[in-house]
Structure formats: C-alpha cells, structure tokens
Design a protein around this ligand. Structure first.
Ligand code: ZN
Length: 81
C-alpha cells in the first residue's frame, strides 16, 4: 500500500485540472485557426451576396447555387476574396 500522507488543506493535483477540455467537438467559434473567410459572388452579376468560411487545406473553388437578390433568381455563386 502507499504510505504517503496528504497534508491538510492541500488539493490533490488531479483536482486542479480544468474540466473544460472539449475543444474541437463543435467548432463554432470565430477562431480562424485553419479556416479562412471567403465571400460568395454571383457568377451572373458579380455581387457578393454571401459570406462563409472554409478550410484552408481544401483545394479548389467553392461553387454553390444560391439565391441572388440582384438577379432575383438562383445562380451559381463562386468563392472570392
Ligand atoms: Zn446575380
């Protein structure tokens, strides 16, 4: 058995650790670690109607079909800076 005695009034080391350690479970913060901010521009009229974030390591351009208020219809929006 262990023979060490705990001095009165001292916390055990395991209790001093912060219980809040769940990083990356739901990364919804605005911490731009590996994400970059891009704008989505309409390919018809070049209006930047949307803003989003994407992972830096992802290759290629994003192209999403979204509603453009200027064209008043759904058009393809591509990422721009
Ligand atoms: Zn448009």
């Amino acid at each position: 058995m262990d023979d060490r005695t705990t001095p009165p009034g001292s916390l055990t080391p395991s209790l001093s650790e912060s219980p809040v350690k769940s990083y990356g479970a739901s990364g919804r913060g605005s911490a731009s670690g590996s994400r970059t901010r891009v704008a989505l521009a309409c390919t018809d009229c070049d209006s930047r109607n949307y803003q989003t974030t994407r992972k830096v390591e992802r290759q290629g351009q994003l192209a999403l079909k979204k509603f453009c208020p200027s064209c008043n219809k759904h058009t393809v929006h591509k990422e721009t800076k």
